[in-house]
Design a binder for this molecule. Structure first.
Ligand code: SF4
Length: 239
C-alpha cells in the first residue's frame, strides 16, 4: 500500500543580521512522509524552495550533534525528530534558545565551548605510560558509559532555565563532561576539575529542573550525573 503523505507547514524563524533588525517567521508548505525526519524536510525546503535558509547539519544520524535546534518549543536534533513526532499541521522551527543567533537556525556555540574548555575536558594522567593501553575494569567503566555518550549538541544547555537566567553558568553539558572525567578511574585531575565546577557560576546553579534530561537526544541521565558530581565536590572526589 502506498504511503500516506501529509502536507505540513514548516514555520521557520528567519534572521539575517546584515538586513534584518529582528527575527521573523516564514512559512514553507511541504508534502512529506510522516516518517520523514525534520532535517530531511529542511534540506528539501533549502534545495527546492529557498536556498537562503541556513542551519547546521552534518552526519544526519545523531552522532555529530550539529543539527540541534528548537522544534515545536523543545530543544531537539532535527535528524532524530520525525514529522509524525510533532502534533498539528504547523511545525515551528527556531534556533536553540539561550544562544546568540548567527543567521536563521545557526547559533554561535563559542560561549558554550568556552565553558566546556573551563572544566578541562580531556584525560590527564601523570602515571607512567603503560606499554599498550590504560586498562579499566568493566565495573569501573560502567561509571562513564552514560556520560561518555554526549555528542555536544547543546540541547541540554539550551533547555536549562538556570542557563537562560545566567549564561555565565557552566550549564549541564560542561558539567556532565566534568563528571565523565571525574568518574574515570584512569584520570588523575579530579581535584582541578572539581575546583573548576565549584565556583559561583558552577555546579550549584543546577536546581535539578530536569529539562536537560528530556532534551538529551542520547537519553543521558544528566541530573543523576550532576548529583554525583555534587557529592564528589563535597567529599573531595568520587566514591
Ligand atoms: Fe547533547 Fe545530551 Fe550532550 Fe547535552 S548531554 S550536549 S543534550 S548529547
Amino acid at each position: 500500500m502506498a504511503e500516506q503523505k501529509v502536507v505540513k507547514t514548516f514555520r521557520i524563524m528567519r534572521y539575517n543580521p546584515d538586513t534584518d533588525t529582528q527575527p521573523s517567521f516564514k512559512d514553507y508548505q511541504l508534502e512529506c512522509s510522516p516518517m520523514e525526519r525534520v532535517l530531511t524536510a529542511l534540506n528539501r525546503i533549502k534545495w527546492e524552495q529557498d536556498g537562503s535558509v541556513s542551519y547546521r547539519r552534518s552526519c544526519g544520524h545523531a552522532v555529530c550533534g550539529s543539527c540541534g535546534m528548537t522544534i515545536q518549543g523543545a530543544s531537539r536534533l532535527a535528524c532524530k525528530t520525525l514529522v509524525k513526532d510533532i502534533d498539528g499541521d504547523v511545525i515551528i522551527v527556531e534556533p536553540l534558545k539561550g544562544f546568540p543567533v548567527v543567521k536563521d537556525l545557526v547559533v554561535d556555540m563559542e560561549h558554550f565551548f568556552h565553558k566546556y574548555r573551563a572544566i578541562i575536558p580531556f584525560f590527564h594522567s601523570e602515571s607512567p605510560k603503560p606499554v599498550k593501553e590504560r586498562l579499566q575494569s568493566p565495573e569501573e567503566q560502567v561509571h562513564i558509559d552514560d556520560p561518555a555518550k554526549c555528542i555536544l549538541c547543546g540541547c541540554c544547555t539550551s533547555s536549562c532555565p538556570s542557563y537562560w537566567k545566567n549564561d555565565d553558568y557552566l550549564g549541564p553539558a560542561a558539567l556532565l563532561k566534568a563528571w565523565r572525567f571525574v568518574a574515570d578511574s584512569r584520570d588523575e585531575s579530579a581535584a582541578e576539575r572539581l575546583s573548576a565546577v565549584n565556583g559561583e557560576n558552577g555546579l550549584w546553579r543546577c536546581h535539578l529542573i530536569f529539562n536537560c534530561m528530556e532534551a538529551c537526544p542520547k537519553e543521558i541521565d544528566i541530573p543523576a550525573a550532576l548529583s554525583k558530581l555534587k557529592r564528589a565536590v563535597i567529599w573531595g572526589g568520587p566514591r
